[in-house]
Design a protein around this ligand. Structure first.
Ligand code: ATP
Ligand code: MG
Length: 368
């Protein structure tokens, strides 16, 4: 798929703009603080209704504007689509082909986008929450069911935590409702975890391939799911996962009542990356960690292609300044012809040379 036409207004520092994109490679060129990342973020937001930089949508509305609007025309192998999003201080509204979508989950998935930015290093280096957010975002794109169960899980988790707090304060006495919420939690959790195992296994395979390509065959990468309920294994069906979670919840009940919060489940799970069998979080070099993060993003392209028969668009923010020349070249060769790509850069050296299909270049200054 590719994005042929794009319109934005009221988004961050971007002046109202209307652009025709190249189906292959688009370069956003400009000095620091001109709006290159904002433009990528706007495209990403049109696809996912979420930003990679903030969970507070209000920050996206331009200073002095009341709302931001984004529009895009998407070409897929069989159809063309018009997407539209409005972000106001009260929330977001979404349209597909001029029909308003009651739920954002019905909108997401029409345009698939994968974004790599310098912050993605945190995927390997950072806290587990970042890796969970990665799974929720990326798997939610390919599976409306994942999106549904992850949302359901979040909702039950919040209810359960609230009830645990009430119990702790003595505001509620009986634990019958807690039992009900625990069952609901274990059920939603099992659906989330089973899908995480499934998609992560595919992702691991593709990421290993991308890693090999970018590192020119030097190391071998594995991606492993680490559930907080250690008894759970990859071979378990959702039913078994649910039982194991219920059992553990019963065991930690006293502890949960004391701490007034849910101690285990998908919101406490993690991913482990291994290079040559060693935990990359602990042992990998800066450049290796960077290459892992990038490989994961490239793996997502293959995963989405596998599941939807469409190739998502690829957004690369400042990726070139982070890689040595060999890896830059290997990366550009690897993505060539696979997918529509948007690359930000502060200078052209090293980029156009590697790309056989001459890129379309946009010069960005002061949001214009
Ligand atoms: P760099 O090369 O340093 O990464 P960039 O071109 O990617 O620069 P952006 O991150 O796109 O820069 O930011 C451009 C400007 O947008 C920043 O100076 C920032 O202050 C401004 N900005 C951020 N949010 C808003 C907003 N809500 N309204 C108006 N301007 C904003
Ligand atoms: Mg930037």
């Amino acid at each position: 798929m590719y994005l042929s036409h794009f319109k934005a207004a009221g988004f961050r520092n971007l002046a109202p703009l209307e652009l025709d994109f190249d189906p292959k490679v688009n370069l956003f060129l400009g000095e620091n603080a001109q709006g290159k990342t904002n433009l990528l973020e706007a495209i990403y937001f049109l696809a996912l209704t979420r930003s990679h930089r903030t969970s507070n949508d209000k920050e996206l509305i331009g200073f002095g504007a009341d709302f931001a609007s984004l529009e895009g025309h998407v070409h897929k192998s069989q159809v063309e689509l018009d997407l539209r999003l409005v972000i106001s201080k009260k929330g977001k509204l979404a349209w597909v082909n001029r029909i308003e979508q009651g739920r954002l989950s019905k909108y997401v998935g029409h345009l698939n986008a994968i974004l790599f930015s310098p912050e993605d290093l945190d995927l390997v280096k950072g806290a587990p929450g970042i890796r969970r957010r990665f799974m929720d975002l990326e798997f939610g794109q390919v599976s409306p069911e994942y999106l549904y169960y992850a949302g359901k899980y979040r909702q039950v988790l919040q209810q359960r935590n609230n009830y645990l707090k009430q119990l702790a304060k003595g505001g509620a006495k009986d634990q019958v409702l807690l039992d009900v919420l625990s069952d609901q939690l274990a059920q939603a959790a099992s659906e989330v975890i089973a899908r995480r195992y499934k998609y992560l296994a595919d992702l691991s395979r593709y990421a290993a391939k991308a890693y090999q390509a970018i590192s020119l065959g030097r190391e071998d990468l594995r991606v492993i799911y680490r559930p907080s309920v250690k008894e759970i294994s990859e071979a378990d069906a959702p039913r078994q996962i649910q039982e194991k979670i219920s059992q553990r919840l019963a065991q930690v009940r006293a502890d949960e009542l004391r701490r007034a919060t849910t101690q285990l489940g998908p919101h406490r799970d993690d991913i482990e990356f291994q290079l040559g069998g060693k935990n990359a979080h602990l042992y990998a070099s800066q450049g290796q960690q960077r290459t892992i993060a990038l490989s994961l993003k490239l793996a997502e392209i293959s995963l989405i292609k596998q599941l939807t028969n469409e190739s998502p668009i690829l957004l690369l923010d400042d990726v070139m300044s982070e890689l040595d020349h060999l890896r830059q070249g290997a990366l550009l060769t690897f993505i060539q012809g696979q997918t529509q790509t948007f690359i930000t850069t502060t200078d052209l050296a090293g980029i156009s040379r590697e790309i056989a299909d001459q890129p379309k270049i946009y010069y960005i200054q002061s949001g214009q």
